[in-house]
Design a protein. Structure first.
Length: 188
């Protein structure tokens, strides 16, 4: 009987999350990004060095085929790539010295990619998009590489720089701060 009570006690303590795998640790060792199970869904969170969850970065990675994280050299910023079969999302988080902030790259940035592809004679309906995290250019700017596939079968490769602009921004319904990312220098 004591074993059952103990199991129920542990389940109640973990209730909201269960750690699954580490995606990467900051170079200063103070933080890590880890996959978790939260309310029966796969998710991603930042943990402190004591193993305590600090903030949920991606609340639902159901259907993702790849989730990657890359820490900035100063350990104050991290970028997460959530790649699904037909598209990807980029989420960034930064530490302001007191708390973590999380924002998501807006879908409107894809318009710059489509405009660039059109300049190169490639257009039509998009079928899929995928991205990869490149190297950090500065502690606050990371290089992103990607490709879009069109229904016609054509593929267009591109890259751009994604800058994290620390600050406090309004929070949307999904729990992300709106703003904080600046996509620039789109190129083939």
């Amino acid at each position: 009987m004591n074993g059952i009570l103990f199991t129920l006690f542990v389940a109640a303590i973990l209730g909201q999350y269960c750690r699954a795998a580490k995606l990467g640790s900051s170079s200063d060792g103070k933080w890590s990004v880890e996959t978790i199970t939260r309310d029966t869904k796969p998710a991603v969170a930042i943990f402190d060095s004591r193993g305590n969850p600090v903030i949920i970065v991606d609340s639902d990675t159901t259907g993702s085929k790849l989730v990657r994280a890359k820490w900035s050299p100063d350990s104050k910023q991290v970028v997460l790539l959530d790649q699904a079969p037909l598209g990807s999302g980029i989420i960034a988080a930064w530490f302001d010295g007191a708390k973590w902030h999380v924002t998501v790259e807006p879908d409107s940035d894809l318009g710059a990619v489509e405009a660039l592809a059109k300049k190169h004679g490639i257009n039509g309906d998009l079928k899929a998009e995928e991205r990869m995290l490149g190297d950090w250019i500065t502690p606050g700017t990371i290089h992103i590489r990607g490709a879009v596939r069109y229904m016609s079968g054509k593929k267009f490769f591109y890259s751009y720089n994604l800058q994290i602009v620390p600050g406090s921004y309004a929070v949307n319904r999904s729990g992300f701060e709106t703003g904080g990312l600046n996509a620039t220098s789109f190129r083939e």
